[in-house]
Design a protein around this ligand. Structure first.
Ligand code: ATP
Ligand code: MG
Length: 425
């Protein structure tokens, strides 16, 4: 229950002579009937003033970046972030917005990214402030900017990525005026640091509806700047339409990987919930195809070593987006291994080939199972079913082998007769 904690904090700030309002995400989510333990507030108090109040009130306290005027604290299960009213001034030549404190809630809401995020609940009276019609847009399930999208995106081009991210998280559509501005201004994303772009991309991919966000990135041309390997897959439809559309296939594989995600927590020791590594691997698994496409005389198409090339392209892209080495290794290993099982016919792999598969997959084995199974999709239903059964067989064999190995490792060095002899039984 959100009531008691917001009232308590509201009273605390009001008694000290400051304004306080719940703002942004938690207001939006509460209106949608979704709960979250993250509470964002905005206040007239300056950081040094709220610093004292929050230190006395919270169970734990941290400085979120004093330069941005945000202070965080924890109270029970609640994670609270309080930010001083802002009215940002942007220097068009610099990548970083310059923070300027504002003096009104209205001004603070006016510089927010989208109408559905520009609602606040004033405390302690709990009055809703909704100057840009956020509630109506929530009802219509649409992302719009408070002012003109052109102005908003030129103030902070990252908001274009955020539009796609919220579409994916909320399952909302994006207003045509916003899509138009994103298309016209896509180039501006280049002034944003790779880390900030990456963080939005990760949230988009881990959202419930990544297809919505990804399609928007591709449609507006933003993907050409931040993840060009994805739109490049669109060119993969050959002129006879004989080969499947790799772009559509990729989105389908991503969705199938998402459906298989619960396995990761059940069988592997991967935290429950969205798994970025397997989702991103699904998205990148065929990116080697455009580079390796060859037309064969009989009219068919081959992709020689697209797994190896795809892994290389994946590494390069993830490096540019400043992912950690562990993440880069995990995703690119999956891309490189996703085809390996095609060499596994009925019983053609020796036990040592199966063991090599397990060893090469290493920590990524459960994710490899998910990716490979998700990839068992083709227009030819019978073929897909056959692939799936082949993989069932391989996975069962892996389970059997590892059970045997485990048994062998706990079997004592002495046999029963020797033990009886030593014990004189
Ligand atoms: P989550 O915490 O799950 O990422 P959220 O809605 O809380 O979702 P944040 O990125 O945490 O989103 O941002 C908090 C609020 O700050 C948003 O609701 C929005 O009003 C505002 N905001 C954040 N970044 C920007 C930005 N680049 N431009 C304008 N407003 C922003
Ligand atoms: Mg937040």
């Amino acid at each position: 229950r959100i009531g008691p904690v917001i009232d308590e904090l509201g009273a605390l700030f009001t008694e000290a002579g400051h304004e306080l309002a719940l703002v942004g995400g938690p207001v939006r989510d509460a209106m949608l009937g979704r709960r979250s333990n993250d509470l964002d507030f905005t206040t007239s108090a300056r950081p040094e003033q709220m610093d004292k109040l929050l230190r006395a009130w919270g169970d734990a306290w941290w400085d979120m970046g004093r330069d941005f005027g945000t202070i965080g604290c924890r109270k029970g299960d609640w994670v609270v972030e309080v930010t001083t009213y802002r009215s940002e001034a942007y220097d068009p030549d610099s990548r970083k917005p310059e923070v300027q404190y504002g003096d009104s809630l209205a001004g603070d809401l006016g510089r927010r990214d989208f109408t559905v995020n520009a609602m606040a609940v004033r405390l302690p009276g709990r009055e809703l402030e909704d100057p840009y019609g956020g509630l109506i847009d929530l009802a219509h399930r649409v992302i719009r900017t408070p002012g003109t999208p052109e102005q908003s995106f030129s103030d902070d081009p990252l908001r274009m990525m955020r539009a796609a991210r919220f579409a994916a998280q909320l399952g909302f559509s994006v207003d045509p005026s916003v899509v138009r501005a994103m298309t016209e201004m896509a180039d501006r994303i280049q002034i944003i640091s790779a880390e900030r772009v990456r963080d939005e991309l990760v949230k988009l991919i881990c959202a419930p509806h990544p297809r919505l966000g990804l399609s928007l990135l591709v449609e507006t041309g933003l993907a050409d700047r931040v993840l060009p390997e994805l739109p490049a897959l669109k060119l993969e439809r050959d002129e006879h339409h004989r080969h499947k559309d790799v772009y559509e296939h990729t989105l389908t594989v991503l969705e199938q990987a998402i459906d298989l995600e619960p396995r990761l927590a059940e069988r592997g020791d991967i935290a429950p919930g969205p798994d970025f590594v397997s989702r991103f691997a699904a998205l990148m698994h065929d990116v080697g195809k455009p580079r390796t496409r060859r037309f064969v005389d009989d009219g068919t198409v081959t992709f020689h070593h697209h797994d190896v090339v795809g892994a290389k392209l994946t590494r390069k892209r993830m490096k540019a987006l400043k992912f950690s080495n562990d993440e880069i290794d995990a995703v690119s290993d999956l891309v490189e291994l996703h085809l390996r099982f095609h060499g596994y016919g009925s019983g053609e792999w020796t036990d040592s080939a199966v063991r090599r598969y397990v060893r090469d997959a290493g920590d990524q084995l459960e994710r490899l199972h998910v990716l490979t199974r998700a990839d068992c999709t083709t227009r030819n239903r019978k073929k897909a079913e056959r692939l799936r059964r082949t993989y069932d067989d391989l996975e069962a064999r892996i389970d059997r082998l590892s059970a045997e190995e485990e048994l062998a490792s706990i079997r004592p060095d002495l046999d029963g007769n020797q033990i009886m002899e030593i014990l004189g039984i």
